[in-house]
Design a protein around this ligand. Structure first.
Ligand code: HEC
Length: 299
Protein backbone atom coordinates (compact mmCIF):
# COMPACT_ATOMS: atom_id res chain seq x y z
CA UNK A 1 0.00 0.00 0.00
CA UNK A 2 2.71 2.44 1.01
CA UNK A 3 4.73 1.56 -2.09
CA UNK A 4 1.69 2.29 -4.23
CA UNK A 5 1.33 5.67 -2.57
CA UNK A 6 4.99 6.37 -3.18
CA UNK A 7 4.77 5.47 -6.88
CA UNK A 8 1.69 7.65 -7.13
CA UNK A 9 3.52 10.58 -5.56
CA UNK A 10 6.44 10.18 -7.97
CA UNK A 11 4.09 9.98 -10.96
CA UNK A 12 2.33 13.13 -9.78
CA UNK A 13 5.63 14.95 -9.43
CA UNK A 14 6.84 13.95 -12.87
CA UNK A 15 3.58 14.83 -14.61
CA UNK A 16 3.29 18.17 -12.83
CA UNK A 17 6.86 18.85 -13.89
CA UNK A 18 6.05 17.96 -17.48
CA UNK A 19 2.94 20.12 -17.45
CA UNK A 20 4.93 23.01 -16.03
CA UNK A 21 7.58 22.60 -18.71
CA UNK A 22 4.99 22.50 -21.47
CA UNK A 23 2.99 25.43 -20.14
CA UNK A 24 4.78 28.22 -22.00
CA UNK A 25 3.97 26.54 -25.31
CA UNK A 26 0.97 28.73 -26.15
CA UNK A 27 3.24 31.75 -25.85
CA UNK A 28 5.07 30.63 -28.98
CA UNK A 29 3.70 32.44 -31.99
CA UNK A 30 1.02 30.60 -33.88
CA UNK A 31 2.55 31.09 -37.30
CA UNK A 32 6.27 31.57 -36.86
CA UNK A 33 7.36 31.26 -40.47
CA UNK A 34 5.04 33.89 -41.80
CA UNK A 35 4.88 36.37 -38.95
CA UNK A 36 7.72 38.65 -39.85
CA UNK A 37 6.35 38.99 -43.30
CA UNK A 38 2.71 39.29 -42.33
CA UNK A 39 1.91 42.80 -41.40
CA UNK A 40 -1.42 43.09 -39.67
CA UNK A 41 -3.29 46.03 -41.09
CA UNK A 42 -4.95 46.90 -37.80
CA UNK A 43 -4.25 50.30 -36.34
CA UNK A 44 -1.33 50.86 -34.07
CA UNK A 45 -1.95 49.66 -30.58
CA UNK A 46 0.29 51.41 -28.16
CA UNK A 47 1.30 49.03 -25.45
CA UNK A 48 4.08 49.99 -23.17
CA UNK A 49 5.25 53.42 -22.28
CA UNK A 50 8.80 53.60 -23.50
CA UNK A 51 11.67 54.82 -21.47
CA UNK A 52 13.93 55.07 -24.45
CA UNK A 53 17.56 56.13 -24.36
CA UNK A 54 18.03 59.56 -22.87
CA UNK A 55 17.57 62.15 -25.57
CA UNK A 56 20.76 63.82 -26.67
CA UNK A 57 21.26 67.27 -25.28
CA UNK A 58 19.37 69.16 -27.93
CA UNK A 59 17.44 72.20 -26.80
CA UNK A 60 13.69 71.60 -26.77
CA UNK A 61 11.92 73.89 -29.22
CA UNK A 62 9.17 76.20 -28.03
CA UNK A 63 7.21 75.58 -24.85
CA UNK A 64 3.72 75.94 -26.35
CA UNK A 65 4.17 72.98 -28.69
CA UNK A 66 3.56 69.77 -26.75
CA UNK A 67 4.18 67.66 -29.87
CA UNK A 68 7.81 68.73 -29.76
CA UNK A 69 8.50 66.98 -26.47
CA UNK A 70 5.76 64.36 -26.09
CA UNK A 71 7.04 60.79 -26.35
CA UNK A 72 5.06 58.36 -28.46
CA UNK A 73 4.86 54.80 -27.16
CA UNK A 74 6.40 52.18 -29.44
CA UNK A 75 3.54 50.13 -30.92
CA UNK A 76 3.70 46.34 -31.09
CA UNK A 77 2.58 45.61 -34.61
CA UNK A 78 4.60 42.63 -35.77
CA UNK A 79 4.30 39.25 -34.07
CA UNK A 80 8.04 38.50 -33.89
CA UNK A 81 8.73 34.79 -34.23
CA UNK A 82 11.77 34.86 -31.96
CA UNK A 83 9.90 35.94 -28.85
CA UNK A 84 8.92 33.47 -26.12
CA UNK A 85 10.47 30.34 -24.70
CA UNK A 86 10.15 28.37 -27.93
CA UNK A 87 10.81 31.35 -30.20
CA UNK A 88 13.11 30.95 -33.18
CA UNK A 89 14.28 33.18 -35.99
CA UNK A 90 12.54 33.14 -39.32
CA UNK A 91 15.74 32.54 -41.29
CA UNK A 92 14.23 33.50 -44.64
CA UNK A 93 13.29 36.84 -43.12
CA UNK A 94 16.75 37.20 -41.54
CA UNK A 95 18.28 36.63 -44.99
CA UNK A 96 16.09 39.31 -46.52
CA UNK A 97 16.96 41.58 -43.61
CA UNK A 98 20.64 41.04 -44.32
CA UNK A 99 19.99 42.16 -47.87
CA UNK A 100 18.36 45.34 -46.54
CA UNK A 101 21.26 45.93 -44.16
CA UNK A 102 23.82 45.32 -46.87
CA UNK A 103 22.18 47.51 -49.48
CA UNK A 104 21.01 50.34 -47.25
CA UNK A 105 22.00 50.50 -43.57
CA UNK A 106 25.63 49.42 -44.04
CA UNK A 107 26.30 52.75 -45.77
CA UNK A 108 26.21 54.39 -42.35
CA UNK A 109 25.87 51.79 -39.57
CA UNK A 110 28.65 49.36 -38.63
CA UNK A 111 28.02 45.83 -37.39
CA UNK A 112 31.42 45.24 -35.93
CA UNK A 113 30.81 42.22 -33.70
CA UNK A 114 29.68 40.05 -36.60
CA UNK A 115 32.06 38.20 -38.93
CA UNK A 116 31.25 37.30 -42.50
CA UNK A 117 31.49 33.62 -41.67
CA UNK A 118 28.57 34.03 -39.23
CA UNK A 119 26.41 34.37 -42.35
CA UNK A 120 26.69 30.62 -42.86
CA UNK A 121 24.15 30.28 -40.05
CA UNK A 122 21.64 32.02 -42.31
CA UNK A 123 21.98 29.26 -44.85
CA UNK A 124 24.60 30.80 -47.14
CA UNK A 125 27.15 28.37 -48.56
CA UNK A 126 30.86 28.89 -47.77
CA UNK A 127 31.38 30.10 -51.35
CA UNK A 128 28.59 32.65 -51.07
CA UNK A 129 30.08 33.88 -47.78
CA UNK A 130 33.50 34.16 -49.44
CA UNK A 131 31.95 36.23 -52.21
CA UNK A 132 30.20 38.56 -49.73
CA UNK A 133 33.45 39.01 -47.78
CA UNK A 134 35.50 39.56 -50.93
CA UNK A 135 33.19 42.36 -52.03
CA UNK A 136 34.81 44.68 -49.48
CA UNK A 137 38.40 45.84 -49.28
CA UNK A 138 40.02 45.80 -45.86
CA UNK A 139 43.27 47.21 -44.62
CA UNK A 140 45.74 44.66 -43.29
CA UNK A 141 49.35 44.69 -42.25
CA UNK A 142 51.94 45.65 -41.53
CA UNK A 143 53.78 43.45 -44.04
CA UNK A 144 57.48 42.59 -43.88
CA UNK A 145 58.34 46.09 -45.09
CA UNK A 146 56.23 47.63 -42.33
CA UNK A 147 53.61 48.85 -44.76
CA UNK A 148 49.83 48.56 -44.35
CA UNK A 149 48.17 47.10 -47.43
CA UNK A 150 44.68 46.56 -48.82
CA UNK A 151 43.27 43.13 -49.56
CA UNK A 152 39.85 41.66 -50.30
CA UNK A 153 37.85 40.67 -47.21
CA UNK A 154 37.93 37.11 -45.90
CA UNK A 155 35.14 35.17 -44.15
CA UNK A 156 37.04 35.51 -40.84
CA UNK A 157 37.03 39.33 -41.05
CA UNK A 158 34.54 41.30 -39.02
CA UNK A 159 31.95 43.29 -40.96
CA UNK A 160 33.65 46.32 -42.41
CA UNK A 161 32.63 49.63 -40.86
CA UNK A 162 31.45 52.29 -43.29
CA UNK A 163 33.59 55.03 -41.73
CA UNK A 164 37.24 54.88 -40.66
CA UNK A 165 36.50 56.55 -37.30
CA UNK A 166 33.83 58.29 -35.23
CA UNK A 167 34.79 61.79 -36.38
CA UNK A 168 34.38 60.80 -40.03
CA UNK A 169 31.01 59.20 -39.23
CA UNK A 170 29.78 62.34 -37.49
CA UNK A 171 31.11 64.63 -40.20
CA UNK A 172 29.08 62.72 -42.79
CA UNK A 173 25.90 62.65 -40.69
CA UNK A 174 25.16 66.19 -39.58
CA UNK A 175 27.19 65.72 -36.40
CA UNK A 176 25.28 62.61 -35.24
CA UNK A 177 26.87 59.19 -34.85
CA UNK A 178 25.07 56.27 -36.50
CA UNK A 179 25.26 53.69 -33.69
CA UNK A 180 26.87 50.30 -34.25
CA UNK A 181 24.07 47.83 -34.85
CA UNK A 182 25.59 44.69 -33.33
CA UNK A 183 23.65 45.05 -30.08
CA UNK A 184 21.11 47.72 -30.95
CA UNK A 185 18.13 45.39 -30.59
CA UNK A 186 19.29 44.43 -27.09
CA UNK A 187 20.22 47.97 -26.10
CA UNK A 188 16.90 49.64 -26.88
CA UNK A 189 13.68 49.07 -25.01
CA UNK A 190 11.21 47.45 -27.38
CA UNK A 191 14.00 45.74 -29.37
CA UNK A 192 12.73 44.85 -32.80
CA UNK A 193 9.56 46.89 -32.24
CA UNK A 194 11.76 49.96 -31.73
CA UNK A 195 13.72 49.41 -34.97
CA UNK A 196 10.49 48.76 -36.87
CA UNK A 197 8.85 51.85 -35.37
CA UNK A 198 11.79 54.18 -36.17
CA UNK A 199 11.84 53.03 -39.79
CA UNK A 200 8.09 53.61 -40.11
CA UNK A 201 7.97 56.75 -37.97
CA UNK A 202 8.99 59.45 -40.45
CA UNK A 203 6.32 62.10 -40.79
CA UNK A 204 5.80 65.71 -41.65
CA UNK A 205 6.85 67.70 -38.56
CA UNK A 206 3.95 69.34 -36.68
CA UNK A 207 3.63 72.93 -37.81
CA UNK A 208 4.41 74.38 -34.38
CA UNK A 209 7.84 72.72 -34.27
CA UNK A 210 10.88 74.54 -35.56
CA UNK A 211 13.23 71.97 -37.05
CA UNK A 212 16.99 72.10 -36.63
CA UNK A 213 18.91 72.23 -39.88
CA UNK A 214 19.35 68.84 -41.51
CA UNK A 215 17.10 67.04 -39.01
CA UNK A 216 14.06 64.90 -39.78
CA UNK A 217 10.86 64.43 -37.79
CA UNK A 218 10.36 60.91 -36.46
CA UNK A 219 7.31 60.08 -34.38
CA UNK A 220 9.01 57.35 -32.36
CA UNK A 221 12.58 58.60 -31.91
CA UNK A 222 12.66 59.91 -28.32
CA UNK A 223 13.64 63.53 -29.11
CA UNK A 224 11.69 63.30 -32.43
CA UNK A 225 14.32 65.20 -34.41
CA UNK A 226 16.62 62.56 -35.87
CA UNK A 227 19.75 63.12 -37.94
CA UNK A 228 19.14 59.94 -39.98
CA UNK A 229 17.30 60.77 -43.21
CA UNK A 230 14.44 58.33 -43.91
CA UNK A 231 16.52 55.31 -44.91
CA UNK A 232 13.86 52.99 -46.35
CA UNK A 233 10.99 53.46 -48.75
CA UNK A 234 8.47 51.21 -50.45
CA UNK A 235 10.12 49.00 -53.05
CA UNK A 236 13.66 50.15 -52.28
CA UNK A 237 15.12 46.66 -51.92
CA UNK A 238 14.12 43.91 -54.33
CA UNK A 239 14.30 40.61 -52.48
CA UNK A 240 15.79 37.68 -54.31
CA UNK A 241 12.84 35.49 -53.25
CA UNK A 242 10.36 38.04 -54.64
CA UNK A 243 8.65 38.49 -51.29
CA UNK A 244 6.76 41.75 -50.63
CA UNK A 245 9.02 44.78 -50.41
CA UNK A 246 6.85 47.58 -49.14
CA UNK A 247 8.33 49.64 -46.32
CA UNK A 248 6.76 47.65 -43.49
CA UNK A 249 8.04 44.31 -44.85
CA UNK A 250 11.52 45.71 -45.46
CA UNK A 251 11.52 47.14 -41.93
CA UNK A 252 10.28 43.89 -40.36
CA UNK A 253 12.94 41.90 -42.20
CA UNK A 254 15.81 44.18 -41.21
CA UNK A 255 14.57 44.23 -37.59
CA UNK A 256 14.53 40.42 -37.59
CA UNK A 257 18.06 40.41 -39.06
CA UNK A 258 19.30 42.81 -36.37
CA UNK A 259 17.71 40.64 -33.67
CA UNK A 260 19.63 37.66 -35.06
CA UNK A 261 22.82 39.75 -35.26
CA UNK A 262 22.50 40.71 -31.61
CA UNK A 263 22.14 37.10 -30.50
CA UNK A 264 23.02 34.55 -33.19
CA UNK A 265 22.99 31.69 -30.67
CA UNK A 266 19.57 32.40 -29.16
CA UNK A 267 18.03 29.21 -30.52
CA UNK A 268 20.75 26.97 -29.05
CA UNK A 269 20.42 28.81 -25.72
CA UNK A 270 16.67 28.21 -25.52
CA UNK A 271 17.01 24.60 -26.65
CA UNK A 272 19.60 23.95 -23.95
CA UNK A 273 17.38 25.58 -21.32
CA UNK A 274 14.45 23.33 -22.21
CA UNK A 275 16.69 20.23 -22.15
CA UNK A 276 18.05 21.20 -18.73
CA UNK A 277 14.54 21.67 -17.35
CA UNK A 278 13.39 18.33 -18.75
CA UNK A 279 16.44 16.62 -17.26
CA UNK A 280 15.75 18.23 -13.89
CA UNK A 281 12.19 16.94 -13.81
CA UNK A 282 13.27 13.41 -14.70
CA UNK A 283 16.06 13.61 -12.16
CA UNK A 284 13.68 14.81 -9.43
CA UNK A 285 11.45 11.82 -10.26
CA UNK A 286 14.36 9.39 -9.97
CA UNK A 287 15.50 10.96 -6.71
CA UNK A 288 11.98 10.85 -5.27
CA UNK A 289 11.68 7.18 -6.27
CA UNK A 290 15.06 6.43 -4.68
CA UNK A 291 14.04 8.21 -1.50
CA UNK A 292 10.84 6.18 -1.30
CA UNK A 293 12.79 2.95 -1.90
CA UNK A 294 15.40 3.70 0.76
CA UNK A 295 12.90 4.71 3.42
CA UNK A 296 10.20 2.16 2.63
CA UNK A 297 10.95 -0.01 5.69
CA UNK A 298 11.24 2.84 8.15
CA UNK A 299 8.01 3.82 9.81
C1 HEC B 1 22.70 58.09 -44.33
C2 HEC B 1 23.16 57.34 -43.20
C3 HEC B 1 22.24 56.33 -42.56
C4 HEC B 1 21.63 55.24 -43.14
C5 HEC B 1 21.71 54.79 -44.59
C6 HEC B 1 20.93 54.57 -42.07
N1 HEC B 1 21.09 55.24 -40.89
FE1 HEC B 1 20.23 54.77 -39.12
N2 HEC B 1 21.09 56.40 -38.26
C7 HEC B 1 21.93 57.29 -38.89
C8 HEC B 1 22.32 58.32 -37.94
C9 HEC B 1 23.25 59.48 -38.24
C10 HEC B 1 21.68 58.02 -36.73
C11 HEC B 1 21.76 58.79 -35.42
C12 HEC B 1 20.58 59.73 -35.38
C13 HEC B 1 20.56 60.71 -34.25
O1 HEC B 1 21.15 60.44 -33.20
O2 HEC B 1 19.90 61.76 -34.41
C14 HEC B 1 20.90 56.81 -36.97
C15 HEC B 1 20.11 56.22 -36.01
C16 HEC B 1 19.37 55.05 -36.21
C17 HEC B 1 18.51 54.45 -35.23
C18 HEC B 1 18.21 54.97 -33.84
C19 HEC B 1 19.34 54.56 -32.97
C20 HEC B 1 19.21 54.92 -31.54
O3 HEC B 1 20.22 55.38 -31.00
O4 HEC B 1 18.17 54.67 -30.92
C21 HEC B 1 18.01 53.30 -35.79
C22 HEC B 1 17.06 52.30 -35.16
C23 HEC B 1 18.55 53.21 -37.12
N3 HEC B 1 19.36 54.28 -37.35
C24 HEC B 1 18.28 52.18 -37.99
C25 HEC B 1 18.70 52.15 -39.32
C26 HEC B 1 18.38 51.09 -40.23
C27 HEC B 1 17.61 49.82 -39.86
C28 HEC B 1 18.92 51.43 -41.42
C29 HEC B 1 18.82 50.65 -42.72
C30 HEC B 1 17.53 50.37 -43.20
C31 HEC B 1 19.58 52.72 -41.26
N4 HEC B 1 19.43 53.11 -39.96
C32 HEC B 1 20.22 53.40 -42.27
C33 HEC B 1 22.32 57.24 -40.20
C34 HEC B 1 21.89 56.32 -41.14
Amino acid sequence: MKRLLCVFAVALLVTSGAVYAAKPAPKAPAKPAATATTMPSKGEKSAESTANPPPPAKPAPEGNCPAATEETAIPKIVNWPDRGVFGHYDMASVQRGFQVYREVCSNCHSLKFLSYRDLQQLGYTPDQVKAVAASVTVQDGPNDEGQMFDRPGRPSDHFKSPFPNEKAARAANNGALPPDMSLLVKAREGGEDYIYAILNGYEQAPSCVSMFPGMNWNKYFPPHQIAMPKPLNDGQVSFSDNSPNDLSHEAANVAQFLAWASEPHMEQRKEMGIKVLLFMFVFIGIMAAAKCKIWEDVR
